[in-house]
Design a protein around this ligand. Sequence first.
Ligand code: CMC
Length: 429
Amino acid sequence: MQDKATISYDGKAADYPVIIGTEGEKAIDVGKLRAQTGCITFDDGYGNTGSCLSKITFIDGDQGILRYRGIDIAELAEKSDFIETAYLIIWGRFPTADERRAFEARLQEHAKLPESMTQQFQGFPKDAHPMAILTAMINAMSCHHQELFEIRNEADFTTATAILLSKIRLIAAYIYKHGTGDSLFVQPSDASGYTAQFLTMMFSWPGKRYVADADVARALDLLFILHADHEQNCSTSTVRMVASSEANLFTAVSAGVSALWGKLHGGANQAVLEMLQGIKDRGDSIESVIAKCKQKDSDFRLMGFGHRVYKNFDPRAKIIKVACDKVLDKLGKTDPLLQIAKDLEKAALSDSYFVDRKLYPNVDFYSGIIMRAIGIPTNMFTVMFALGRMPGWIANWKETNENPKARIYRPRQIYMGPKLRSYEEAKKG
Ligand code: CMC
């Protein structure tokens, strides 16, 4: 295989090294392009741009493959749990039994929020969007852990990781309680297991302790595993971008939460449910929804469909679809929105608009049905995505922070604005 590519421009040609990844992915290293040709690359939306070399997650979008640290997502979904998967993603290997016990003890140690952080909730309007509060509260961790601004060693990193992974649960539970108008915040739970503990924090009220059903906790744990990392998506790239300036881990992750919020990214899970509910409430036919996507002047999209990388199927969506039926069965519930989702999927997958553009259900298409069945309100869905994505953000921050060759992320641009003009000329308009 060729290990260099030749680029010629304006009569000059230069060779550029070709980097080949573990799974055969190829990249032309254009690091010297500007010096050698005077040109930069232009790649709107970064669809062809590799921003880093990473050992964390592999995706082959054409084959529908997703692997964390070399292990297929379906195998992890079947055999692992969120904390083991988080450890794998962050440290690159499974924990030994002792390491796992020690890590869980660290999570337990950091389950509470300091009183001053709890009081901050009073400053947020009751109807504030949960993602706005989450961003602020994760960033507030920087105020309370200034000793971790600089991660000097593995012990500092483990502490910061335990703080983020553990405290986000109580923050999420408090956000929910705050939104319901209840100011009596629950205490960290003593239930067993990361996700069961979270559910207990979320749904317990003073004098009424919620005990999570094992299958329900497992279903949410599965969602967390499936969301745990996804290579250079918008929020993870944001975390790396912020990390590249040597900003601290908490503030970098908070930036990731902001990036996740948008409806083209993590916010899609809320948008899917709202779309399905709207279809049900208005009594729209499936045909009319599909037709609306295809209208030339319409910016309507089938939320939970399509992906920048997956062009065959999203392996996470396949797993979630099966889990949906199981959870509803277990809870003895039916959900009319699940049937609408299935009908939409069937119609879209046999429609040339979607087939030609390789648009398939993504992770967000069915995840909301599971969360709704568990009792999680729609506006909290993206917060659940953030809980799941935390290990991926931390691992990507770590990789950036530990790279001795890392440089600040600083893309260039092509300026298309006005040419040089005087102040007076510009005032004239
Ligand atoms: N419904 C209808 N048409 C669509 C959709 C959709 N969901 N997604 C893409 N298209 C069309 C789009 O209009 C365009 O058509 P044309 O070529 O005629 O202009 C074509 O497909 C390519 O779309 P694109 O916007 O260039 O694709 P992209 O790779 O830039 O965007 C995406 C990817 C995920 C933002 C997009 O598919 C989308 O908006 N999906 C709906 C939102 C969604 O579900 N987001 C969650 C993504 S998965 C979770 C995560 O990891 O964030």
